[in-house]
Design a protein around this ligand. Sequence first.
Ligand code: ADP
Ligand code: MG
Length: 708
Amino acid sequence: MPPAKPAPAPAPDSPPREKSAPQRAMEKLGLARDIDLALHLPLRYEDETRVLSIADAPDGEPVQVEGVVTESRIEQRGRRQLLVRLTDPSESLLLRFLNFYPSHQKTLAVGARVRVRGEARSGFFGREMVHPHFKAVDEHTPLASALTPVYPTSAQLPQAYLRKAVAAALARVPLDEVLPPGTVPAGLPPLREALLRLHHPPAGESMAALEDRSHPAWQRLKFEELLAQQLSQLAAQRERQRLRAPRLRAVPGGLHEQLLAALPFQLTAAQRRVGEEIAADLGRVAAADEGAAADSDGATPMNRLLQGDVGSGKTVVAALAAAVAIDAGWQCALMAPTELLAEQHFRKLVQWLEPLLAARGQSIAWLTGSRKGKARAGMVDKVATGEAALVVGTQAVIQDSVHFARLGLAIIDEQHRFGVAQRLELRRKLALQSLEPHLLMMTATPIPRTLAMTYFADLDVSTIDELPPGRTPVLTKVFADERRSAVIARIADEVAKGRQVYWVCPLIEESEHIDLQNATETHAQLSAALPGMAVGLLHGRLPAAEKAAVMALFAGGQMAVLVATTVIEVGVDVPNASLMVIEHAERFGLSQLHQLRGRVGRGAVASVCVLLYQGPLSPTGKDRLRAMAETTDGFEIARRDLEIRGPGEFMGARQSGDALLRFADLAEDAPLLQRARDAAPPLLARHPAAARAHVARWLDTRADFLKA
Ligand code: ADP
Ligand code: MG
């Protein structure tokens, strides 16, 4: 065979082809491939399939009428404007243009026949339309046979340009059915037909069903999308099952047993149950290895979410899991989103584990942003040699310079605060020996069922559904800010009884400065109003050592009132605190309020949470405060939050990428979701090629993202 001719080099003087402004705008909207354009669905439609007589055109609704221009003049009524009278056999209508060009006048000259689209209104000079769309026609110009799509677009991308681009893409893109018969629920149209219908619905199609997305064509699209997601999650699960993690088992008389014996309380039944679920994951022989070696030391990496309401006692469960890993001769990393929270964990874990570890010649390492220099180097060293059996910290734990000798288990608290990238990074910390660490994530924001089924299908979930005994539910009261002085009087009462009080000021994202000023002013106000009482201030700008000192005073009971920005949001544990005041409660999200409220009611005394708000409240603000007053159940709160805010809150960093569900709506489409969930496993098992093609069409590059 002769060698292939080299492709001709591009002429050196031909400049690269410039993209036009609309092309660039299209790319900005993510409309790069034909399939992207085909899936860019109309927001609404215009009906150019019918012409109404002017007399029949209802006021204030978009209509199309047609007539002959009987008058056309320019007038100066305050502003120069073009006034055109359009007449049909039924009546006449005034068209008013405040901006116009000579070409308008030409098309709208007396005697011209035009078709006009707009909203008629009854005005002072009879019925009129302001700035209607118009085009010159003759008696035989056909009407549109389909509804005209109106696409979501941007200022740089004209609707007409986008329409053409979509139509061209639709004609090119292969929309063959990749799914084998029987996969798609009966009664839904083929994909090609569904898309053509949604882009160009035939005249007479129900506009309502199209716009509220209940139309079968919509259902087909939603099903496709949900199926792609289920498939990719399944694939991720299969992939994980091929990976290996160290098999971790507690040893008799080991750290796990010692810790259990040392705890100052009995575990609740729920804590015991989830503890066993986790231990089973850690110690289970990987399915593929079974039989080959019953005593294999390879396990399937755990990918488990531990959910439990605020105060349900997740920390001790984490400590017990860590003990199992350490018993087995591996290290455990515990990562929290903030330094303060990491500190809290550290304190508890130190209390419980340090004496036990010390007796074994092991230690705990502490890695946060504020540990620098020698102290840090020493810690990093202990992690690298394996002397530190437990590593507690913030994101500093996953920095490049940190190497683990034998990371067996990674625990992430408040997982929704971390991104996918950070989770991946943690998993990579044990890249050697082709092993992965086990992963345990903890959250106080329970994931509603439909969400768990879509986004977290590859996640095993353990739930602590019981609080430790002796807690009294927190009573929540909602007051307008005018009642502030009454609330301050209440603080004095509470402190007189020997109790402690939190006062939380909101975080204003745009301005850390104002945020601080708020907290500082409130601190001054409370200090003045509560003479003789120790009132402390805690905010994000304080150096770590000072934060720790303030917290220590409050935790030790020497400080009666703690004014804080949301730095205390998670993890702080002072059982003697019985009153929490949240200022500007209307600025917080529902789950954030719930987390904050969880800081009180940790002891046996009846606790109160006061939500102070500054009116007027928005409807969602009202909903949130009402939800808080009505329930203390974290699951119910999560459900209402999903209703009020949509899924963002639960998704952590996933929400910041593309919205993963563009068409389906979890609240409305639960039945379709169930169908997709049922259809995915047999499809993947029997038609893997079809499954792959389907995922590629729908998720493209996002599929990788879903695996994290
Ligand atoms: P969260 O689930 O919000 O992280 P923590 O782990 O901080 O909750 O636990 C809240 C408080 O309850 C802590 O003071 C903890 O020591 C205590 N606690 C945990 N489990 C029990 C239990 N079984 N009995 C009594 N107190 C418990
Ligand atoms: Mg916690």
